[in-house]
Structures are given as C-alpha cells and as structure tokens.
Design a binder for this molecule. Structure first.
Ligand SMILES: [Fe+2]
Length: 132
C-alpha cells in the first residue's frame, strides 16, 4: 500500500479521541487500520474546524486511502464494484464542505458517514477476504 498524502493536521488535534475511535473500529488488518487512524484524525479535525483547509486535507487523504483499500481488495480477488461506488459517494459528500455550504451540518454528517462506512462496509470487506 502506498501511503496517502498526510496533509497538515491542526496542531491542537485531540489525539485521544482519534485513538479511541481507532481502538473501537479496528478491523484487524494493520495496513488498513493504520490508514483509518489517519482518516479518524481528519474526521476529528473536521468536526472541530469544518473549514476549507481541513476539508481539502480530508478529501485528499480519503481519496488516497480509498484507492489503496480498493487495490488491497482487488489484489485478493474481492469484487469491489459496490464498495468503490460507496467510496465515490463519500467523496462527493465532502464537496459542499470545500464550498463552505452548511459547514457544521455537513461536517457532522461526513464524520458519521465515514465512521459508519468503516464500521459496517469496510468490516464486511475485510470479512470477505477471510472467507474467500
Ligand atoms: Fe471502504
């Protein structure tokens, strides 16, 4: 896996909240869990500061991570058509944040969508690898 762009996270980021999420939503695949930790970091940053800079950082990181995750699954012969569709939907949902439209509401939704995606859809993806 190639590491997605790191971006510049806020210096006062609540890493305890990030690590709580990482522990709660661990999938047991180290390379994916490591990237999810960074995705959680961007989510926590976004909730606190839902501006253009954080939205762009999250978008760049999420796009790189999604591509890596899709490659990971494809390498294992898992059909990723539906999962890829969900990733593209999530990226589209980030766009209003960059334009400053309803930032706080969209940030809260993106936070929930991404965490739900990891907990439900990514967990199912990883399980398909174990049963393949
Ligand atoms: Fe995913």
């Amino acid at each position: 896996m190639v590491l997605p762009p790191a971006g510049i996270l806020p210096i006062d980021l609540d890493w305890d909240a990030v690590d709580d999420l990482t522990r709660t939503y661990t999938l047991g695949v180290p390379e994916i869990d490591r990237q999810h930790r960074m995705l959680f970091a961007w989510c926590v940053a976004l909730r606190k500061r839902p501006g253009q800079q954080v939205a762009e950082g999250l978008l760049a990181y999420a796009a790189g991570h999604f591509a890596d995750e899709e490659a990971w699954a494809a390498d294992r012969g898992i059909d990723i058509t539906q999962h890829q569709f969900r990733h593209n939907e999530l990226l589209a949902r980030l766009e209003p944040l960059q334009n400053g439209v309803g930032r706080t509401t969209v940030a809260a939704l993106v936070y929930d969508w991404l965490i739900r995606h990891i907990d439900v859809e990514d967990r199912a993806l990883v399980a398909r690898n174990r049963t393949a």
